[in-house]
Design a protein around this ligand. Structure first.
Ligand SMILES: Cc1cc2nc3c(=O)[nH]c(=O)nc-3n(C[C@H](O)[C@H](O)[C@H](O)COP(=O)(O)OP(=O)(O)OC[C@H]3O[C@@H](n4cnc5c(N)ncnc54)[C@H](O)[C@@H]3O)c2cc1C
Length: 404
């Protein structure tokens, strides 16, 4: 087990600086344009691929870091550059997390490289759980997976909604119900490879924030995938279902295993957005003069900045703790992954709101990035489990009571 340390290693500092430089030189200058265009920023993803930031190797290296911090560091910097473009670049990683959480090592070796492609032939991936009637309540998914034994194929039918890279992705990881009577314990994850018939994009959504990230419905209409696309394999699924039918826990639940692993990394992005807004507001407060003095000389402004900085640092500490625990398989006894996501998401909303306040009218104008950061921040209290769902997870864990 790696020791938990707040002192970053040389390697980690290098990666942090490398991603920061990319965020500063490539992402930030492009952020406003892609927010307005509301399209996937292919040229920026390609730039990231050219330097190896959008690649299987980068993610593999990040996951190999025994402290668990490398991915969190990279994601904070990317989101500091721009959360929408950051998600356009790292959205595929959610599918990777789905494959890693539920797949065998052979499946990981086969499918994960296909989530990225190469700089000249970019590929995207998506992780599709949410449905119109199953958002927070992932146990009630209606998308069905039925096994066709004669052909050793799974047939997927249903519709997913609000999916990052949905329909645009080459590879989709789809969570579907194999046995609806068992709720989330009857679900499994399936890889839908590139060019599979029967999967298509439905409505593309126009959003409040993170608008450079593509969000859409995914429709599965008699979508057939080979048996080997069931993550974890048939034997493990049958074993799990048999245990669940017998009243046992039945082991991991397909979607939850992914969320547990990914929440600290979503939280890291929230920290990045909050930090961007805080830094901008701090500079502005020193420069802007009213009543013959810099506005920061007023406690009302200075104390707001003090709170912003304190809350951002607290969030990052929670993220690092959860990332380290997750990597070192320390049980989340008090739902520390959810704690990090809850705090960082709420802090991002508060801090970006304070930043607008500190800029006054200028904060409300689109020429300044703080209004965009405020729109972007809100998503972190919604996706990967809303703040209420994080509180539900934490309160159940600390109390042992099935809080409703
Ligand atoms: C931009 C964007 C990208 C997304 N990307 C993906 C993706 O890539 N893959 C994917 O699968 N999903 C994705 N989602 C979906 C996202 O995870 C869901 O929107 C989220 O989980 C909430 O579900 P919902 O929208 O159905 O809200 P609902 O579940 O309908 O919740 C509505 C409100 O009720 C509250 N609520 C619900 N149940 C309870 C309860 N038991 N106790 C207290 N309060 C409760 C919620 O907190 C919320 O405030 C994305 C969503 C967005 C907006």
């Amino acid at each position: 087990m790696a020791e938990f340390s707040l002192t970053l290693s040389e390697d980690q500092l290098q990666v942090q600086k490398w991603v920061h430089d990319f965020a500063e030189q490539v992402i930030r200058p492009a952020a406003h344009e892609w927010d307005e265009r509301e399209e996937t920023p292919w040229p920026i993803i390609q730039e990231a691929a050219k330097i190896g930031l959008y690649s299987y190797e980068f993610v593999a290296n990040a996951f190999a870091d025994m402290t668990g911090l490398q991915l969190a560091l990279a994601l904070e910097e990317m989101a500091w550059g721009d959360a929408g473009i950051g998600l356009a670049i790292f959205g595929s990683t959610l599918a990777v997390a789905g494959i890693m959480a539920n797949g065998t090592s052979e499946q990981a070796g086969e499918w994960i490289p296909q989530c990225f492609g190469t700089p000249d032939d970019l590929k995207l991936a998506a992780f599709a759980v949410s449905e119109a009637d199953a958002g927070s309540d992932v146990s009630s998914l209606k998308t069905r997976a039925v096994y066709d034994e004669a052909k050793d194929e799974w047939v997927l039918n249903g519709a997913k909604t609000f999916i990052t890279n949905g329909g645009l992705a080459n590879l989709h990881v789809v969570v579907a119900s194999v046995d609806p009577a068992l709720g989330s314990r009857g679900q499994a994850s399936f890889v839908v490879p590139d060019k599979t018939k029967g999967i298509s994009q439905g409505q593309k959504f126009k959003k409040m924030g993170i608008r450079a990230s593509h969000t859409a419905e995914v429709v599965l209409d008699d979508c057939r995938v080979p048996g080997r696309c069931l993550l974890g394999g048939k034997e493990r699924l049958d074993d799990r279902l048999a245990k669940a039918e017998g009243g046992g826990h039945g082991g991991g639940q397909a979607a939850m295993a992914t969320f547990e692993a990914s929440r600290p990394f979503v939280a890291a992005q929230a920290v990045g957005v909050a930090r961007a807004a805080y830094e901008f507001a701090l500079d502005y407060a020193k420069e802007r003069h009213q009543f013959g003095r810099a506005i920061i000389e007023n406690q009302a402004i200075a104390f707001m900045l003090a709170d912003m900085k304190t809350q951002i640092d607290a969030s990052r500490l929670m993220v690092w703790r959860a990332a380290w625990m997750g990597r070192n398989r320390v049980p989340f006894a008090a739902a520390e992954g959810s704690q990090s996501k809850l705090l960082a998401g709420e802090v991002a909303v508060r801090v970006t709101d304070h930043a607008i306040q500190i800029l006054g009218g200028a904060g409300y104008i689109r020429d300044n990035p703080v209004e965009r950061w405020s729109r972007d921040a809100k998503i972190f209290t919604i996706f990967e489990g809303t703040s209420e769902i994080q509180r539900l997870v934490i309160s159940r864990k600390i109390s042992g009571v099935h809080i409703q």
